[in-house]
Design a protein around this ligand. Structure first.
Ligand SMILES: [Fe+2]
Ligand SMILES: [Fe+2]
Length: 344
């Protein structure tokens, strides 16, 4: 089959053709009631424009992070120290591509195309996680990224499985399962290196020293400098503040660092028995803002690489579209019915 039939519009069994259209206030009240009972908003439901804009921004930023995040690790696939390490890293980077695609699909249900989103990324109008603007300087970074960066991602993303927008929450459920594997493989790599030579242990420590603070920055600015948090929480888009999630990450990571035998590079990190949580130092927030504004060590390189891949893939998108529309004329075998048989 080469032509896809237009689907018939689905009949809404509850729609009464004689009913008056609902007023904006009624629609808003219905939306708020769904949020209040912690149910899901679905793509065809009415939603306030600001809710839609917030979600497009957040889901797109998340999708871009998955795709840009393939670069710092992808550059080590050809330099993996063994076949086993190469297979693990390849599988992990491939998972990240899948995460990007689920999330672009979720964003598309809000009325923006993947093409528009990618163009906003490569023209700098949409952002991705600041962490991917740091370079990967040794193979130990493959372990540290899995352990700390995917670990921070898990802290951020597990609560998002219950976010109020249905397609986003459902994408997160599958993504979180894969992120657990990512964190485990990173921890296992570091644990193996820590059982190795002094030189390997030094590589791990040096890598953790570089990635610790940028990992804390992944949760975003402190709550008092995060103006969108309150509205996002009221809409059920976010369920925890940046500082709550950062605290959870630190408390989860400290015992893992002790088990590995690495030192987290924060002299203020100490258990606070009264709070039942760790006290810790603040990242350099000026550095975060510099990276977010495009002045991190690798921003230019990451976006240029993405743009090159997008431009070089144009012919694939055109060919796929022509095939889907049944207008492809690129065969010379007179077998245009695409049924997999040889031409007669
Ligand atoms: Fe991911
Ligand atoms: Fe991951």
């Amino acid at each position: 089959m080469s032509v896809v039939a237009e689907p018939e519009p689905e009949a809404d069994p509850e729609a009464d053709p004689k009913a008056e259209p609902e007023s904006e206030a009624q629609l808003e009240a219905r939306f708020q009631a769904v949020i209040a009972r912690k149910d899901r908003i679905e793509p065809r439901d009415w939603m306030p424009d600001a809710y839609r804009r917030t979600l497009v921004r957040q889901v797109a930023q998340h999708a871009h992070s998955e795709i840009i995040g393939m670069q710092p690790e992808g550059s080590w696939i050809s330099r993996a120290p063994s076949l086993r390490r190469k297979a693990i890293l390849l599988a992990k980077v491939q998972d990240e591509a899948g995460h990007g695609l689920y999330l672009y699909s979720a964003a598309e249900t809000l009325g923006v195309s993947r093409q528009e989103l990618t163009e906003m990324l490569i023209s700098g109008r949409q952002k991705y996680s600041s962490i991917f603007n740091y370079p990967t300087l040794s193979y130990a970074d493959m372990g540290t990224i899995g352990w700390l960066v995917d670990g921070a991602a898990i802290c951020n993303q597990v609560p998002l499985c219950r976010t109020s927008f249905g397609p986003y929450g459902r994408a997160m459920i599958r993504i979180c399962k894969e992120e657990s594997f990512h964190q485990r493989q990173g921890y296992e790599l570091l644990a193996t290196m820590m059982r190795g030579t002094d030189e390997q242990r030094a590589m791990v420590q040096e890598s953790v020293d570089r990635f610790w603070w940028p990992s804390l920055m992944m949760f975003g600015p402190p709550d008092d400098a995060s103006p969108n948090t309150a509205q996002s929480m009221a809409w059920g888009v976010k369920t925890h503040t940046n500082d709550e999630l950062r605290q959870r990450f630190v408390d989860m990571t400290v015992p893992q660092a002790a088990a590995l035998g690495v030192t987290l590079p924060d002299p203020d990190l100490v258990w606070n028995a009264e709070r039942g949580a760790h006290d810790f130092g603040q990242p350099d927030w000026d550095e975060l803002w510099a990276v977010v504004k495009g002045n991190g060590p690798c921003n230019t390189q990451r976006v240029a690489h993405r743009k090159r891949a997008w431009d070089e893939g144009a012919w694939v998108r055109e060919a796929a579209l022509a095939f889907a529309n049944g207008t492809g004329t690129g065969t010379d075998d007179n077998d245009n019915d695409n049924d997999g048989t040889e031409p007669a």
